[in-house]
Design a protein around this ligand. Structure first.
Ligand SMILES: N=C(N)NC/C=C/[C@H]1O[C@@H](n2cnc3c(N)ncnc32)[C@H](O)[C@@H]1O
Length: 418
C-alpha cells in the first residue's frame, strides 16, 4: 500500500471510527473492520478520503466513517433510514412526475388491474407507497374492489386525497398517511400491490416495508403484486461511456492528459452508473437471471446479503468494459391459469425511468467468442445506512483459445451509495 501520498503531510489528521466493514478493491483502497479507528489525513472528495490504519494509508469511503469521540453523540441522531430526506423527496412532484411519465411502468400496473378486474370484485386491496394514488384509482376505475387502502408516508398523501375525490374514487379508495408498516387497518387485505422496485431492484430497500406489511396484513392465501422479481446481469461493451470518461484524457487538444486517468477511474468507475441505456448489441453474451426473489417466501433477514452465480459464454469477440444489470417483475393472475403480467426493464423492452445500471471494470478486457465469464454477484445491504448497499462482483475469464490460456480473475466492490 506504499504510494506517492506517503510524504504528503497534512495539518492535523482527524480520528474517525468505522461504522461497518469495508473490503477495498484496487491497489489504493484501504480495507478496515467495523470499529476500527482511522486517521483521516485528506478529505480528497466528498466520497473518498485519504486515511491511515495501523501505519498503512489508502482511500476509504467517507460514508463508512463517523467522527471519533467528540462528535460521537451527533451521528447517533442520524436516521439510518434517512426518512426525512427520503419521504421529503417524495413530498415533491419531481419523482412522481418521473414515475407517472414512465408509460411502460404505469401501463404494466394498469394491465394487471384490467386483466384481473373480475377477480378483484369485493376484494380488500392495499396499495403500499401509493404516491399520487394512480394504482388505487386504476382499481376503483377498472374493477369493483370493496376497498383500496392507499398508504403513503410522505406529505403527498394530502394531495392524493384530493385526487381521489377529484376522480370520484372516494367510495372505494381510503388514503392513509403514514409508514405502511406502522399504520393500523380495520381488516386484513386480499391483495398487496406496490411499486417498490429501486435501481438494481433493491436500492432504497422499500421492499423491506412490503415484506413487513405482507407478514402483518396479507391474509392467508392473499396475493402479492408483484409476485416475483428477478435481477438480470450481462457482460457488456460500453464504448461510448469509456470514451467519454477515460479515453478522453489520452489526447485532448493534442496534449497528453493520461496522468489523470487513475483519478478518472476513481471518480467515474467506482460507483455504478444509474440510468444507463444499454444497446442490445452491447451485450457480449446472452443475459442471465442471477437473483430470483419469491415475494411470498422472501424474508427481511434475507435482504442483508443476496448472492447469485453466473456463467456467460462470449458470443462475439469484443471489449468487456463491465456488467449491466436490470430487473423484471411478474404479477400472477388472481384467476388460476390466468395470464401473468410482466414488467421487464431490460434492453429488449420499452425503456423505463430505471433504464439499466452499468458496473464499469477498472480496465477493459478483450474477450473472444467462446470465452467463459463466470463468477458471482453479492448484494450486501449497508449495516448502517439501511437504504443503501454495495454490489460486489467476482469474475473469472477462461479463454476458449489457447493463446491466452491463463484464467483472468477479477473482483470489484461498488458502493450504492454509502
Ligand atoms: N419504486 C421506488 N423506488 N419507489 C417508488 C415508490 C415510492 C413511494 O412510496 C412511498 N413509500 C415508500 N416507502 C413507504 C412506506 N414504508 N410506507 C408508506 N409509503 C412509502 C414513498 O413516499 C413514495 O411516494
Amino acid at each position: 500500500m506504499q504510494t506517492e501520498k506517503e510524504d504528503e503531510d497534512d495539518a492535523s489528521p482527524q480520528e474517525c471510527v468505522a461504522m461497518s466493514d469495508f473490503t477495498g478493491s484496487g491497489s489504493d483502497q484501504l480495507s478496515f473492520s467495523c470499529g476500527d479507528k482511522l486517521l483521516v489525513h485528506i478529505k480528497s472528495s466528498s466520497d473518498w478520503w485519504w486515511a491511515e490504519l495501523r501505519g498503512v494509508r489508502g482511500y476509504v469511503p467517507a460514508s463508512y466513517l463517523r467522527p471519533g469521540d467528540a462528535e460521537e453523540e451527533d451521528t447517533s441522531l442520524e436516521d439510518p433510514w434517512q426518512d426525512e430526506e427520503y419521504f421529503g423527496s417524495y413530498g415533491t412532484l419531481r419523482l412522481h412526475l418521473e414515475m407517472l411519465s414512465d408509460k411502460s411502468r404505469t401501463e404494466a400496473y394498469r394491465q394487471v388491474i384490467l386483466s384481473n378486474s373480475a377477480s378483484l370484485r369485493n376484494k380488500v386491496v392495499m396499495d403500499l407507497g401509493c404516491g399520487t394514488g394512480i394504482i388505487s384509482m386504476f382499481c376503483a376505475q377498472l374493477a369493483q374492489p370493496s376497498v383500496v387502502y392507499a398508504v403513503e408516508a410522505s406529505s403527498m398523501a394530502e394531495y392524493t386525497r384530493q385526487l381521489v375525490r377529484q376522480n370520484n374514487c372516494e367510495e372505494v379508495v381510503t388514503v392513509l398517511q403514514g409508514r405502511a408498516e406502522e399504520i393500523e387497518l380495520p381488516e386484513q387485505v386480499d391483495v398487496l400491490v406496490s411499486e417498490w422496485m429501486g435501481n438494481c431492484l433493491l436500492f432504497e430497500f422499500m421492499v423491506e416495508s412490503v415484506l413487513l406489511v405482507r407478514d402483518r396484513w396479507l391474509r392467508e392465501g392473499g396475493v402479492m403484486w408483484p409476485s416475483s422479481a428477478a435481477l438480470t446481469l450481462v457482460p457488456c461493451q460500453a464504448d461510448s461511456y469509456y470514451a467519454e470518461k477515460m479515453a478522453f484524457w489520452e489526447q485532448p487538444y493534442g496534449l497528453d492528459f493520461t496522468p489523470l486517468q487513475p483519478l478518472a477511474q476513481q471518480e467515474f468507475f467506482t460507483k455504478p452508473k444509474f440510468s444507463h441505456l444499454i444497446e442490445p448489441n452491447d451485450c457480449l453474451t446472452a443475459p442471465c437471471d442471477v437473483i430470483c426473489l419469491d415475494m411470498y417466501t422472501l424474508q427481511v433477514k434475507d435482504l442483508e446479503e443476496i448472492k447469485g452465480q453466473f456463467h456467460f459464454c462470449v458470443e462475439k469477440s469484443g471489449v468487456f468494459h463491465g456488467f449491466t444489470a436490470w430487473f423484471t417483475v411478474h404479477f400472477e393472475s388472481l384467476e388460476t391459469g390466468g395470464a401473468t403480467v410482466e414488467l421487464n426493464t431490460g434492453p429488449n423492452s420499452e425503456p423505463t425511468h430505471w433504464k439499466q445500471t452499468l458496473f464499469m471494470l477498472d480496465r477493459p478486457i478483450s474477450v473472444y467468442a467462446g470465452d467463459l465469464i463466470s463468477g458471482n454477484i453479492v448484494l450486501y445491504r449497508n449495516p448502517v445506512w439501511r437504504r443503501h448497499m454495495t454490489v460486489t462482483l467476482h469474475w473469472n475469464i477462461n479463454s476458449a483459445t489457447e493463446e491466452t490460456d491463463n484464467c483472468q480473475v477479477g473482483t470489484k466492490v461498488f458502493p450504492m451509495w454509502r
